[in-house]
Design a protein around this ligand. Structure first.
Ligand code: ARG
Length: 261
């Protein structure tokens, strides 16, 4: 995670971002600290990346890389405003003993568009990641990559429309309306038991969630989703990241998962 010390909305690269709306940085920091503390209280280790002035979106750490089996595929950002974040992530992984660290050839924004289940890497495209990054990820991770077409600009990254609930059991939740008809059919075939989000829960960015297989941390406003998760035996943990929502991100965007080492 990377604290939102320099968080701002000075440009707009997704429909959630309105530079005319003020951002309360102390509140953003307090909300982010609450998320960090909840992870720690659940027994998870949180590593920190130093925030860099002039990179206001760096708090969205999920976009900086994808880690599977300890192998790190770095990011290459679609927008120049975030371009320099990629090097900071690569440097962190190299300094922390990760030996397989690849600087990517094709545009990918880390876990923004890559989601890792037990059997697959699900990969979004349409707004940010290049379709060519999917083949690059498949070759690097040696896992089948399933391309999914995003069609609604509000759900510009895969992690705004789909979350992995149990990466040992291929369980996911998603909002069908964010995907093309063909991709919806693919999701229905691969995940017939998925939790489907309503439009209202998706619009609260409820799918921008992180699960440890039992606890699911998600935006508190996604109340319908919390109920559906409870029915399936998960323990939803509602988190308020309203200030960060102004940048178009929530729980998952703030969290880069370190899988394997
Ligand atoms: N303002 C950021 C952007 O548009 C938000 C990124 C959110 N991160 C995510 N993993 N969806 O790039």
């Amino acid at each position: 995670m990377c604290p939102p010390a320099h968080f701002k909305v000075t440009y707009s690269i997704n429909p959630w971002m309105d530079p005319s709306k003020p951002v309360d940085v102390p509140l953003a920091l307090a909300q982010w600290e609450d998320l960090r503390d909840r992870y720690r209280a659940l027994g998870h280790t949180v590593e920190l990346l130093d925030p860099i002035p002039g990179l206001p979106d760096m708090v969205f750490a999920a976009n900086g890389a994808t880690v599977v089996d300890g192998r790190v595929l770095g990011a290459r950002f679609a927008f120049q405003q975030r371009g320099l974040e990629a090097a900071a992530h690569l440097a962190w992984f190299r300094a922390h003993g990760y030996r397989e660290v690849r600087e990517p050839e094709h545009i990918n924004e880390g876990e923004g568009d890559f989601a890792v289940t037990a059997s697959y890497v699900l990969a979004g495209r349409g707004f940010r990641a290049s379709p060519l990054s999917h083949g690059e990820a498949q070759e690097f991770f040696g896992r089948p990559v399933i391309g999914l077409d995003l069609v609604d600009p509000r759900y510009y990254h895969l992690d705004t429309a789909l979350a992995v609930l149990d990466d040992a059991a291929d369980e996911v939740m998603y909002y069908p309306g964010a995907f093309s008809p063909g991709s919806r059919a693919v999701l229905a075939r691969l995940f017939p038991g998925a939790v489907l989000a309503t439009e209202a829960d998706a619009a609260a960015l409820g799918l921008n969630a992180v699960s440890d297989g039992l606890h699911v941390l998600l935006p508190a406003a996604a109340v319908g989703l919390a109920g559906a998760l409870r029915e399936r035996g998960y323990e939803p943990v509602g988190v308020d990241l309203s200030e960060l929502l102004k940048g178009g991100g929530s729980v998952k965007c703030c969290t880069l998962e370190l899988r394997g080492s």
